[in-house]
Design a protein around this ligand. Sequence first.
Ligand code: DGL
Length: 263
Amino acid sequence: MTNSPTILVFDSGLGGLTVLREVVAARPDAHYVYVADDAFFPYGHHSEDEIIARVVPLMGELIGTHDPDLIVIACNTASTLVLSHLRAAYSLPFVGTVPAIKPACAQSRTRRVSVLGTKGTVKREYTKALIRDFAQGCEVTLVGSPELASLAEAELSGHPISDDAIRTELAPCFVGEDAGARTDTVVLACTHYPLLLDRLKKLAPWPVDWIDPAPAIARRVSDLLGARNGGVAQPGAEMIFTSNRAHGLSATLTPFFGGRAVA
Ligand code: DGL
């Protein structure tokens, strides 16, 4: 591993920025390439076969172009499906983003947890296996949101979205009435959703704990890279849209890159 490793962070759109900001904070010594596969967004609307056929060869091209030391798949909809395919096809380390069901169920006091993800993520066998293995007796409600990722993408791109639109996507997460028995923990199982966290908190019918896996992913990346070995903070980062559109969002995006100039 070089002193300044290159970390490629991949998502279908802007949601992976919520993972990127934690990884950048944990490893300021790395060079970052953020890839948004916006030409294929939203992944939640594609079939499993389509996503595998899209992501596996695309990752090969990205590895060839950017030669990363480590790749973060900052997308639950992709990770719950393609991680095993990517690890079989390419030899570098992949860190995935999958629903944080284990910590959510471990901390729920009412034993009622909801998992809010894309329609694809909540359908996955991978997600069902996490519930079988780690629900620890909790009742887990799977909520497949058709539009929330697109709403978050719109909001961050400067197109404000209404409270009602968010409320509709959020409502099925809140189960039960009695304060001692109703949902008390919601897993943010799509990397786009933390972009809307303030709104989600404001629009929730009652307060809950929101579980975002990004800090745990950053710790995993740091462990895999090993000690910083004297690497110094890197000033720049690259942002790539597979549609080739010019992003024109630098002022909004810069905080996610820890203040670096984004090329
Ligand atoms: N950010 C992606 C995730 O974590 C999903 C958004 C999409 O549907 O493309 O699942």
